[in-house]
Design a protein. Sequence first.
Length: 329
Amino acid sequence: MADIQKLVSVFVAQLLLVLLTLDFTTNAQNLQVGFYRNTCPDLEHIVAMTTYNYISRAPTLAAPLLRMHFHDCFVRGCDGSVLLTSTAKNQAEKDAIPNLSLRGFEVVDAVKSAVEKKCPGVVSCADILALVARDAVLLLHGPFWEVPTGRRDGRVSLASEALRNLPPPFANIAQLKGMFASKGLSVKDLVVLSGGHTIGTSHCSSFTNRLYNFTGKGDADPKLDQNYVAQLKNKCKPGDANTLVEMDPGSFKTFDEDYYTLVSKRRGLFQSDSALLDDIETKAYVTTQAITHGLTFAKDFAESMVNMGNIGVLTGRAGEIRKKCAFVN
């Protein structure tokens, strides 16, 4: 217990030290670093402590929380719509096929509950999700980034929109570039944010088409390293929808640059990973990070996460501040 308390103290102290050095600036979306510094000054401390309590016991929750923030922002913007629960009259985003594997909603709910006790009706669920995703990555030795806040929560969540807007694991490079561009993100943001696959796991069903019948002739994807194909076949049998496979074998609980080394060796798990080698700009980035051991990856990832966090935000009087993240007020 003493060791855990010591780790908590060190993590929070480091986080607060970084926060004290930040400039409180406003961006074009009217989000602001330190937006709640007067209305909820302990916000970042509360988020950090609560997130730590979960991730320290279950580090595999970090990747789903990062993915949840990504999935939120790509559908209706970063408005917390992925957190809403379906009703008798509406199937919400979280029940769309791409979101059925999302986990960690209890972490967001726990943070929201803790924040509400201190600052009732002040902090949006959309902002809490953005902060939780940042702290989850940080706890897996990833980079820290300033999270501009001031988002408000949306009132609409449609499963059909998730299907249309979320990049699928079988997307090719043209599809990926188009989907990111439609959200105002650059090709660099695409290849950098793909690096989030350095943590987490995937169900076999997301990539077994690459192993057994890629072109309908019982073959494997030629863009996938054949030795890796053999390894994956040992883990994933045809029709297996339950087995989990590490996306970054050996360090899937550590946020590092290994993802780019894997992709450069044709060992990216998804077709969307392999697709990064099909474009001059994305391939150059993959190669550079692999050769330099991720020289700029941490800095780049922090910048791209801020860019992603700006997508379609609701500010001012738009939307609402939900009392509970799973339900509109």
